[in-house]
Design a protein around this ligand. Structure first.
Ligand code: HEM
Length: 436
């Protein structure tokens, strides 16, 4: 294997490599993909890096050769400090044990118990928005999804404490990609660290309460979880996993919902059809999981938002075992970066990939079914997002209510350009909102 060539590409400048273009050029991966193909080398964040793009490459990384890669050694160092010893940064046996213990809280029989709470919290926001008439959707969805996450995952009811916690998570997120963290109090990284300490204080208190008196939230299920070998989660593990679930469980959903509302406002024909589908639920007061499963066009719309506006545009791994892909050799010790966003825009898979077109997922076209690992907004393989069912259910409930009873229009004089991680419309999508 060592006689094979390393992938084409450039390591860029000494020390910095291509890190600056990576952060500041939105077409960084696209330009190189068209120059070099689905695997190329670069130098990012102080490490030689291989970038992999396209369904075949993603199947290799996410599924068939996943034992060659480490999550912990992949994500930038700040992640390890800010997200601690949580599922997202665990590997091998430890990861498998914890994932098995955590799955029941976010899948199967646990889910129907979450529907009513998701709907109640959504209704309270709809009433608030109706009164407000004009607002910025990114900020509002952030509060709504955080209220849902803290109520269902931690068992903490919505309120002012929730707002404070949600802001702490924003500060924490801002530190994840901060370059060259210095131990100075005003850097993004130091602020993120201080936010993490406050979050830990809160979550530790809640974990101790749930251990004493379990209730019906996901954390209580984690507290009681036990596998067939008698393994359970320790207090430290429960705290780390609860922080991760809160973190991973609201920013992503927020951006997808914001893009959903933007695309629906821009495409009246899609809005109209999605609304027609909701007519059969017009008399339904409280939605059930079964009814949520009877909205195929809304599924198509949400897949298209996931494709065109993925909340997580890419993932990192550490190469722990050398490998060969398409005749190119990658040594252990390199960093790997797989691109979700670019894979979703490949014209080999998706016709007119820059257009918002939910019909590409219709039963007749099914563009994503040509090759496995073409639609990977939630990752894929054995480590696909553990919150996928929870997130989809939440987004469908919110979307169903918006479609059935409300109209909104995008206010003028704002930037809808994409920015940030997770990416969102620059001004957050300011809208005028009213009951239909
Ligand atoms: C629209 C919403 C969401 C999107 C787009 C999303 C996306 C993703 C992606 C792409 C990954 C895989 C990352 C990788 O390959 O390295 C992932 C993993 C993960 N997600 Fe989500 N996610 C969403 C919602 C949620 C929710 C609601 C939760 C929790 C309640 C959650 C918890 C997690 C966790 C814990 C992992 C790590 C799983 C593992 O490594 O075993 N996510 N998510």
């Amino acid at each position: 294997m060592k006689n094979s060539q390393i992938p084409p590409g450039s390591f860029g400048l000494p020390v910095l490599g291509e890190t600056l273009s990576f952060f500041f050029d939105r077409d960084f991966s696209k330009k190189r993909y068209y120059q070099y193909g689905p695997i190329f080398k670069t130098y990012l964040l102080g490490r030689p890096t291989v970038v992999m793009v396209g369904p075949e490459a993603l199947e290799f990384v996410l599924s068939s050769h996943m034992e060659n890669f480490s999550w912990r050694e992949g994500w930038p160092a700040n992640f390890k400090i800010l997200l601690g010893e949580s599922l997202f940064l665990q590997d091998g046996k430890e990861h498998r044990k914890n994932r098995r213990l955590m799955m029941p809280a976010l899948h199967g029989p646990a889910l129907p118990n979450y529907v009513a709470t998701m709907e109640d919290i959504t209704r309270s926001y709809l009433q608030k928005w109706e009164k407000q008439q004009e607002f910025t959707w990114f900020g509002e969805f952030k509060q709504l999804t955080f209220d849902i996450a803290s109520q269902l995952l931690l068992g903490t009811p919505p309120g002012t404490e929730g707002m404070h916690l949600s802001n702490l998570f924003t500060t924490l997120s801002n530190g994840l990609f901060a370059i060259n963290p210095l131990p100075l109090p005003f850097t993004k990284f130091s602020k993120a660290l201080a936010a993490r300490n406050q979050i830990l204080e809160h979550v530790t208190k809640v974990v101790r309460e749930r251990r004493q008196n379990p209730t019906k939230d996901a954390l209580s299920l984690l507290v009681q979880a036990q596998d067939e070998d008698g393994n359970t989660l320790s207090e430290q593990e429960l705290i780390a996993q609860a922080v991760l679930l809160l973190f991973a469980g609201h920013d992503t959903t927020t951006t997808m919902l914001t893009w959903l509302c933007l695309e629906l406002a821009r495409h009246p024909e899609v809005l109209h059809r999605a609304r027609e589908e909701q007519l059969k639920f017009a008399d339904v007061n409280s939605l059930t999981l079964e009814q949520l499963g009877q909205m195929p066009y809304l599924d198509q719309v949400l897949w298209e938002v996931e494709r065109l506006r993925p909340s997580v545009g890419a993932g990192f791994r550490g190469v722990v075992k050398e490998f060969e892909f398409k005749g190119f050799y990658v040594p252990a010790g390199w960093q790997l970066y797989y691109s979700i966003a670019l894979t979703h825009r490949l014209p080999e898979i998706y016709s007119q990939p820059e257009c918002f077109d939910p019909n590409r997922f219709s039963p007749q076209r099914q563009e994503h079914k040509q090759y496995p690992f073409s639609l990977v907004g939630f990752g894929g393989g054995p480590r696909v997002c553990i919150g996928i069912a929870f997130a989809k259910m939440e987004m469908k409930i919110i979307a169903a209510h918006l479609l059935r009873s409300y109209d909104w229009e995008i206010l003028p004089n704002q930037s809808l350009d994409t920015m940030g991680i997770p990416n969102r419309p620059k001004d957050g999508l300011r809208v005028r909102f009213k009951r239909r």
